[in-house]
Design a protein around this ligand. Structure first.
Ligand SMILES: NC(=O)C1=CN([C@@H]2O[C@H](COP(=O)(O)OP(=O)(O)OC[C@H]3O[C@@H](n4cnc5c(N)ncnc54)[C@H](OP(=O)(O)O)[C@@H]3O)[C@@H](O)[C@H]2O)C=CC1
Ligand SMILES: CC(=O)N[C@@H](CCC(=O)OP(=O)(O)O)C(=O)O
Length: 339
C-alpha cells in the first residue's frame, strides 16, 4: 500500500483528496495537515467535512519544517493542497526524500520565472524543484508524469481549456493568426474555502473577473503553444466549470477533420468523454470526467468547442490521483472509475 499524506486537507481540494485516497485500493491515508497556525489543527477532518464522517477518523495536524522533512523520508506520496506560496516555500524540503510530490497549487506550473512573478506576485526561488517539476495534464504528458518526482497539477481552467484546444493544435487545424477565445464559468468552490465577501452566498451572481490578466492565461499559453484570450467568470453554483472556446480553423478544415482530431487525441483515454451534444455542468459535477462537444461552421471556418469539468475533481484532486496512478504504475482509472 502507498503511504499518503495530504497537506491542506481541510480545504476543498484537500478534503476531496481525503475522500479519493480513502477509497483508493492501493493507498493508505497516513496523515493530514493544515498550517502551523490553523484554527482547525487538532480537529478531525470529518468534523469540517461531514460527508467524510463514515470514512476516516484522521485528525488535522499542524505542519512544521521538521514534519516536512519526516514526510519526505517516510511517505510514498505527498499531496499539497495549499496556497501557491506555501507549496513554493516547502517544495525543496519536501522533495528531498523518497516521497513523490503532487502539488495542486500553481507554484510549479510555469517554467518562466518572470512570467510567474508577474502573475503570482512573488519571486520564484525554488529553482531546483522547478527544474524537476512536470506538468500534470494527465491525458497529454503521461510518460513524463510517470517518471516525475514533482508533479504540478494543472489549474482548473487550464484543464478545461487545454483539453478542448490541444487536439485541434496537435492536428494542425488551428488558424494560428486568430487567437482562441475562451469564456469560462466556474462555481464558487474554485475560490477555496476561506471566507470572503466576493464568494459569499448573497454576493455571488454571474460576473467576469481577472479580465485580460488572469494567471491561467500564461499557463494555457505555455502548454498550448499559442496565445489566447481567456475570460473567467464566477457563477452562483458550487462545483464545475463550463468553458466555451471559439476558434478559427485552418483553411479547408471540415467537420470530419475536427471529429478525427478529437477521436485521435482521446482514443483510449477513459476520463475524456466525446459527447454528442453540448455538455452541461451537472453532467460532470463531482466526477473525474472532461466532457467535450464542438460544432464547426465550414463556411466561415469558426468552431465552438464546449468543455465541462468539475473544478475540484478533474480540475484538481482526481487529476492528481490520475498522476499518482501513473507514478505508481497503476491503471490510470484506479480509485476513480470502477473497482
Ligand atoms: N478549488 C479549486 O477548484 C482548485 C484549487 N486549486 C489550488 O489548490 C490549492 C488548494 O485550493 P483549495 O482547496 O481551493 O483551497 P482552500 O482555501 O479551500 O484550502 C487551503 C488549505 O490549505 C491550508 N493552508 C492555508 N495556508 C496554509 C499554509 N501556509 N500552510 C499550510 N496549509 C495552509 C488551509 O488550512 P488552514 O488555513 O486552516 O491552515 C486549507 O486546508 C490552491 O493552491 C489552489 O489554487 C487548483 C485547482 C482547482
Ligand atoms: C472561481 C475561482 O476563483 N477560481 C480560481 C481558480 C482555481 C484554480 O484552478 O486554482 P489555481 O490555479 O490557483 O491552483 C481563480 O480564478 O483564482
Amino acid at each position: 500500500m502507498l503511504q499518503v499524506s495530504i497537506i491542506g486537507a481541510s480545504g476543498y481540494t484537500g478534503a476531496q483528496l481525503v475522500e479519493l485516497v480513502c477509497n483508493h485500493p492501493h493507498m493508505t491515508l497516513a496523515r493530514t495537515f493544515v498550517s502551523a497556525q490553523s484554527a482547525d489543527s487538532g480537529k478531525p477532518v470529518s468534523v469540517l467535512h461531514g460527508n467524510l464522517a463514515h470514512m476516516t477518523s484522521q485528525i488535522l495536524e499542524p505542519i512544521s519544517d521538521d514534519l516536512l522533512h519526516t514526510l519526505s523520508q517516510s511517505m510514498d506520496l505527498v499531496f499539497l493542497a495549499t496556497p501557491h506560496e506555501a507549496s513554493h516555500d516547502w517544495m525543496n524540503t519536501l522533495s528531498q526524500g523518497k516521497a513523490k510530490i503532487l502539488d495542486l497549487s500553481g507554484a510549479f506550473r510555469l517554467q518562466n520565472t518572470e512570467v510567474f512573478a508577474k502573475h503570482y506576485g512573488f519571486a520564484h526561488t525554488a529553482n531546483d524543484s522547478l527544474a524537476k517539476a512536470v506538468y500534470g495534464l494527465a491525458e497529454w504528458y503521461a510518460d513524463d508524469i510517470a517518471n516525475a518526482s514533482i508533479v504540478a497539477v494543472p489549474g482548473c481552467y487550464p484543464t478545461a481549456s487545454l483539453s478542448a484546444l490541444k487536439p485541434v493544435v496537435q492536428a494542425g487545424l488551428l488558424d494560428a493568426t486568430v487567437r482562441p477565445i475562451i469564456n469560462a464559468v466556474s462555481g464558487v468552490s474554485g475560490a477555496g474555502r476561506k471566507a470572503s465577501l466576493n464568494t459569499s452566498f448573497y454576493e455571488v451572481s454571474l460576473q467576469a473577473y481577472g479580465v485580460l490578466n488572469h494567471r491561467h492565461t500564461p499557463e494555457i499559453e505555455a502548454y498550448l503553444g499559442t496565445d489566447v484570450i481567456f475570460t473567467p467568470h464566477l457563477g452562483n453554483f458550487k462545483r464545475g466549470i463550463l468553458a466555451t472556446v471559439t476558434i478559427k480553423t485552418a483553411a479547408g478544415t471540415t467537420a470530419a477533420d475536427l471529429q478525427n482530431a478529437f477521436e485521435h487525441a482521446y482514443n483510449g483515454k477513459p476520463f475524456v468523454r466525446l459527447r454528442e451534444s453540448f455538455p452541461k455542468i451537472d453532467d460532470v459535477a463531482y466526477t473525474p470526467y472532461v466532457d467535450l462537444f464542438w460544432k464547426l461552421d465550414e463556411n466561415s471556418g469558426y468552431a465552438v468547442i464546449t468543455s465541462a469539468i468539475d473544478n475540484v475533481m478533474k480540475g484538481a484532486a482526481s487529476q492528481a490521483i490520475q498522476c499518482a496512478n501513473l507514478i505508481a504504475n497503476l491503471p490510470i482509472t484506479k480509485g476513480l472509475i470502477g473497482a
